[in-house]
Design a protein around this ligand. Structure first.
Ligand code: ZN
Length: 116
């Protein structure tokens, strides 16, 4: 299996499991723990997972889902998933606000100050 294939596999596994041990990945993918450490490095750099003691944990939700414990990026209130408003930023980052009003104000911040 190529490193890129293993990374896809790891990404799939972490979405389902949310926590994985390095030793577990090494066993599942049939490579050494050293290799797993190398494979997960880009995933950590992309901010998909964080390193925990002896393993990795999922950071980001799959795009398209609003998690229950998200806060509005604009006013920091808890987001009601039914009213949540998602905006895609110019750098392809996805942010969630509690309502369309906050979403528009947040979007406006980017329009008036593209340097942010
Ligand atoms: Zn808000």
């Amino acid at each position: 299996m190529l490193p890129a294939e293993r990374q896809i596999r790891i990404k799939e596994l972490i979405q389902v499991r949310r926590n994985l041990k390095i030793s577990e990945l090494s066993e599942l993918l049939g490579v050494s723990e050293m290799t797993i450490h190398r494979d997960i490095k880009p995933l950590i750099e992309e901010g998909i997972v964080i390193k925990t003691f002896g393993g990795i944990t999922l950071v980001r939700e799959t795009p398209g889902t609003v998690s229950d414990n998200d806060d509005c990026v604009f006013c920091n209130r808890k987001i009601d998933t039914r009213l949540g408003y998602r905006l895609i930023l110019p750098n392809n980052k996805v942010e969630t606000t509690c309502c369309a009003h906050c979403g528009l104000l947040r979007h406006y911040q980017f329009v008036v100050s593209p340097s942010h």
